[in-house]
Design a protein around this ligand. Structure first.
Ligand code: PFF
Length: 464
């Protein structure tokens, strides 16, 4: 393909990758979106922050904000052919635009490390199921014992990180697309099976009710803060990823339709994961408040109990953790890829060099998170462990700022009209009115409120 043809297809040249057509794009974005956020993070937040109330707030946010931000980011990425810093500064080289771009780009650099720590936990459980420890891992103290051992947590973190790095070096197409195409459908089938098993255990119905029926008593500001952070995390928005993916996309891809497909798929998997885990908390731990509040460890405590109760638990355990591992890998690859793309664009250095730079950041910050469960366990930041702190900093502070920056970029520099024109190159822009309304009014106001309340609550100034 010569250069003008490349331009027409909207594919950037040089060291940056590109997707092989429409399906490749949707699958790769779905591969990025569906990951630990859906299977590990969503259920523990829903359990902790109000069950059905959390679900309701989450769905409302997805349909308004989530939709608008996916559209905004992918469109800006495709329009400029750049990852965030390049996309922002394409509209003006002012300090404000640099900051806006960099905030989007820094988020992945904070998420990748702790994401890889959790990825390591998943591999550890996968290996334990292969070894046949089905009953041992279902024990209440198993998880705490494991994370209490610094060497073990660090080892599995490094294994996961190495896998991600190798996939990145092997290139965008092969690394991301292939894994998504094969693994996603199998994951869906298995998740349905496990969810049905879990929901049909005695006592599990209470959990289904807790998860689906909103109870206003369970509403708090934290429900909204957590649901908002989760929406960013799960849809891979407000962290530069979709700019980067948009920049790999051809002008023939219907951006609105893809956004819809990704939202439905991503939310479907999250709800399924909720149905695997929350009813099981009621069936196997009597719906104990402390288990519902378990946080990051919830999946690792609850799911093994479900498998231990099955006759075929070992096989299911192997399969489940293998698929979750792949979902986590495709996501981790896309987060790291975003960091690498930023470095390539900004420094002009080789892909290998930039990948090594990301690797270094990952190893340093990830080790802090890994050691936060053991040798650094006595250190807390604003009362949080390292992992919780990095999670809070990225999801509740930096992502709202990044999303706000995107809104400001559109309103001040790009213009809603030009953005719509880019969308309309490939398709009709059906929800343009909703999009404009959210970007113009709802998003900025809401983001500022969320940001201020989460910071004030961490500083202990307000209680949520
Ligand atoms: N959205 C992914 C998930 O739900 O697991 C995680 C993720 C992917 C987060 C890409 C951040 C990211 F940049």
């Amino acid at each position: 393909m010569n250069e003008s043809e490349e331009k027409k297809k909207g594919k950037p040249k040089g060291e940056r990758g590109s997707f092989s057509g429409k399906l490749g794009y949707v699958l790769a974005v779905a591969g990025s979106a569906v990951g630990l956020g859906n299977i590990w993070r969503f259920p523990y937040l829903a359990a902790k922050y109000g069950g059905g109330m959390f679900l309701l707030v989450y769905l409302l946010l997805i349909l308004t904000f989530g939709y608008a931000l996916i559209m905004a980011e992918t469109t800006l990425g495709r329009m400029t052919g750049k990852s965030p810093v390049g996309a922002f500064t394409a509209f003006g080289r002012t300090p404000a635009f640099y900051i806006g771009g960099w905030i989007n780009s820094i988020v992945p650099m904070i998420i990748v490390p702790y994401y890889c720590v959790i990825g390591g936990w998943v591999i550890k459980y996968f290996v334990e199921y292969i070894k046949g420890s089905t009953q041992a891992v279902a024990d209440d103290s198993y998880f705490t014992n494991f994370t209490g051992q610094a060497g073990s947590v660090e080892l599995w973190f490094i294994v996961f990180t190495a896998m991600v790095t190798i996939a990145i070096l092997a290139g965008v197409k092969h690394g991301v697309e292939l894994a998504s195409k094969v693994m996603m459908p199998v994951l869906v089938v298995l998740a349905i099976f496990v969810a049905v098993y879990s929901m049909t255990r005695p006592g599990a119905l209470e959990g289904v009710k807790y998860f689906f029926i909103p109870n206003f008593k369970n509403f708090s500001v934290m429900t909204v803060v957590a649901a908002m952070g989760q929406m960013f995390f799960s849809l891979s928005i407000a962290m530069g990823i979709l700019y980067t993916y948009g920049s790999y996309t051809g002008k023939d891809v219907d951006l609105e339709k893809s956004a819809k497909q990704i939202e439905i798929f991503d939310t479907g998997i999250a709800v399924l994961a909720g149905l695997m885990i929350i009813p099981a908390v009621f069936a196997f731990s009597g719906g104990a408040m402390e288990t519902l509040q378990a946080g990051p460890s919830l999946m690792f405590i609850t799911i093994p109990k479900v498998f231990a109760a099955m006759g075929t638990g070992r096989i299911i355990g192997i399969l489940f953790f293998m698929l979750v591992m792949f979902a986590a890998l495709t996501s981790a690859i896309s987060i790291m890829e975003a960091g690498v793309a930023t470095f390539v664009d900004q420094t002009g250095k080789s892909r290998i060099f930039c990948t090594m730079l990301m690797l270094l950041i990952t190893l340093v910050l990830g080790s802090l998170s890994a050691f936060g469960f053991n040798i650094l366990g006595s250190i807390t930041i604003f009362g949080m462990s390292f992992l919780d702190f990095f999670d809070f900093l990225s999801n509740s502070v930096l992502m709202p700022i990044a999303a706000l920056a995107t809104c400001i970029l559109i309103l001040r520099a790009v213009g809603l009209g030009r953005l719509a024109a880019e969308v309309e190159i490939s398709s009709e822009f059906k929800r343009k009115k909703l999009f404009n309304f959210v970007i113009k009014y709802i998003a900025p106001a809401f983001l500022i409120v969320i940001l201020i309340s989460s910071v004030l609550s961490v500083l202990g100034i307000i209680k949520m």
